[in-house]
Design a protein. Sequence first.
Length: 148
Amino acid sequence: MKLVTIYTDGACKGNPGPGGWGAFLRYGETERDVFGGELLTTNNRMELMAVIQALQALKHPCHVHLYLDSEYVRKGITEWLPSWKARGWRTASKQAVKNADLWQMLDKVVSQSGHHIEWRWVKGHSGDPGNERADALANQGVLTVQSG
């Protein structure tokens, strides 16, 4: 399996408000940037969308080191998801899981892609070059939707 390194980030100007997602992918010397946005969204939705879009950009099953600064996404996919699914997409307090549509999409991408993913948290805005690049791409996604 190819080893691919991915950094993802989401951004939102207002929460909710215009938002963007970005991902920086690297395989050996090959690098790829992907980004996009939505006019009315939340930061958590953009964090999720960044991971979904980055994983969907991979054409073959890969070993992935996925770096993200969102504990919401990291804990959601590694800890909370099995319980949510077992409860019919409800939390322990019987509330509907927020962003269930994107969680279900991410679950499908992860389970059907054949990727082996290592979920790695990185502190945001701390000077990590990959995280800073993903942040810049997410902000580019915001600008894209704001400029029409």
